[in-house]
Design a protein around this ligand. Sequence first.
Ligand code: GLC
Length: 451
Amino acid sequence: MNAALDEAYRLLNASVMRYRGRPVGTIAASDPGGLAADNYRDCFIRDFMVSGLVFLADDNIEIVRNFLLASLEVTEREHDLPERTIHPSVMPASFRVDCDSDAGERLVGDFGERAIGRVAPVDSLLWWTLLLCATIQAYGDPTLAERDDVQRNLKRLLALCANDAFEVYPTLMVPDGSFMVDRRMGVYGHPLEIQSLLYGALRRALHYVEKTPENQRLIAVGEDRLRRLRDYLRRFYWLDLQRLGEIHRFPTEELGETGANAFNIHPESVPDWVTEWLPDEAGYLVGNLGPGRMDFRFFSQGNLLAILFGLATDQQAARIMSLIEARWPDLVGAMPLKLCYPALSGDAWRLLTGSDPKNTPWCYHNGGNWPVLLWTLVAAALKSGHRALAERAFALAAQRLPGDQWPEYYDGRRGRLIGRRANLHQTWSAAALILAHKLLEDPALLSLLPE
Ligand code: GLC
C-alpha cells in the first residue's frame, strides 16, 4: 500500500504545471503513450480540486494559492474583453500555459470553446469557491478572501442567484454537459451535481463575502436561495420506497398550489428498473427534476456531495450509504465508483447522448466507474459514520490502480475493464487515492469542507 501511495505521489508531483517558474496547477493526465487528447495537458479546475486538497493537507499552500489566483486572472481577463459573450459567472473549464516567442508565457483559458461539448463549465466557479474556502480554512488566514479580485468572484457566484432567468424553482438551470459529465448525457435542466455544488459553494461564499451595505441585497438573495434550495432538494429530489409508491399513484394535471404532484410527473415515466432495484431501507436523491420529468438515475457525485455539505438530512445520508452498501456490486463492483446507475441504452442512449460512441452503455460517463469518486465516497462515508465501507472501497482502489497505471475510468457493469478510451496516468485518479488515504488517517481533514 505504501508503494501505491508513493507512486500516486510521483504521478501527482510530475503533473505539476509551471507558469513563469512558479507552480500553478496540475495537468489532467500525463499518459505515457502520449495518447491523451490535447486538452488533458491543461489544468482543469474541477480536477485540481482533488490535487489542491492533497496539497493543502500537506501544507503546500503555494501551489493552491497560485492556482486560485491564476484561474481568476484568466477569468477576469476574458470577461474584460468587449467582444466576449460568455456568462459573467463562468470560469474556464481549464487553462494552459502558452508560449509566445515575443510575449513569453501566457495563461490561456478554455471557457468551453475548445472542449468537446463546447459547453460552458458551470461547475468551475463552484469548485473554485470550495477550494478557496478550504484554503482559507486550512490556514486561518482571511487575507486571501479580502482581495478585491477574490471578492469580485464571490459576488459573481451570489449574482447567479439574483440573475434574471425564466425559472420558478430554486435550483439552477444549466445546459447539458456543463459539469464533470461534459458531454451530452441527458443532464440538462437541473442536474443534482450542480445543485449540490451550488449549495456547498453558496454557503461558503456567503461566509466570506464582505458584509458591506452595497452587498446587502446580494447576500439577502443568496441566503434566501440557500434555504429554499435545501428544503426543495430534501423534499422533491428524495426518493425511497414510500415516495416511489406515492409517485406510482400520483394524480396528474393538478392546477393550483396544493397538489401532490407539483411537477406533473406521469407515473408511467417511472422506469421498471427502479422499482426492483431500490432496497426497502435505502434511498437517494434523484438525478434531475423539472416539469414533467424526474430522472431516476443515481448520480454518485451529487449524492455524496449532498452528504458532505449537509444538504441531505442525517437520515437521508444514512439511507444513501445503505443504498451503496446494499447495491455494492452495481455501484462499486471492481472499482469505486460508478458515475451513474444505470446506463442509458437503446433509444434512450440514441436520443439522449446523440449516439455517442464514447458513452455507450456502461462506458465512460454512461455508467463507467471513476476512481476519482473514491475521495468523495470516503469523505461522505466518514462523515456519516461508515468507516468500514470507506476502508473497503479504498482497499479495492489501492490494490488495482497502480498495476493498471491509474486509468481515468473503467467500463462494464461491474467496472472490471480499463475504460476503452481511458487515459492512463490520470492525475485525479492518483490524487483521489492519496486524499482518501489522508481522510482515513485523519478524518479531521473533513473540516476543510465544512457544512
Ligand atoms: C473529461 C471529463 C471531465 C474532466 C476532464 C479532465 O473531459 O469528462 O470531467 O474534468 O476529462 O480530466
